[in-house]
Design a protein around this ligand. Structure first.
Ligand code: 13P
Length: 127
């Protein structure tokens, strides 16, 4: 059964997420993707064939929207590359998104290395 994955990255990590998506595009193709607005725009430029649903930009409530979808059982995995070296105006929303992913124990990766391990572990093989 196809999964719904949330893909989110802070600005300086967007190239790393776009590169990760491009590298796994074939395996991502059967699944539904949800992105915060700016992240989704960057990913669309790198992988135009992947259908991506956009929510609001993170600082404008997008992280909360994705958190709400996790709480509703609508998101099966979270790939989120936060910037570990830059303060975020919406830091409370970022923490809330991390927390809710833990509360619902969905597969979640917060770095390219861990996201690769999720794929190697078969996360996307279910499509
Ligand atoms: O801020 C974000 C995650 O905290 C992501 O939002 P954007 O994809 O709109 O940059």
């Amino acid at each position: 059964m196809p999964l719904t994955l949330a893909l989110v990255a802070h600005d300086r990590m967007k190239p790393a997420l776009a590169e990760w998506v491009a590298r796994h595009a074939a395996q991502l193709a059967p699944h539904a993707l949800v992105c915060t607005a700016t992240t989704g725009g960057v990913i669309r430029r790198h992988a135009p064939d992947l259908p991506i649903r956009l929510v609001k930009s993170g600082p404008l409530g997008g992280d909360q929207q994705i958190g709400g979808m996790i709480a509703e059982g609508e998101i099966h995995a979270l790939i989120f590359f936060p910037d570990p070296l830059a303060p975020q105006a919406h830091d409370v929303d970022v923490k809330a998104l991390l927390r809710i992913a833990l509360v619902y124990d969905i597969p979640a990766a917060f770095s390219p290395a861990t996201a690769d391990l999720l794929v190697a572990g078969g996360l996307l093989a279910r499509g």
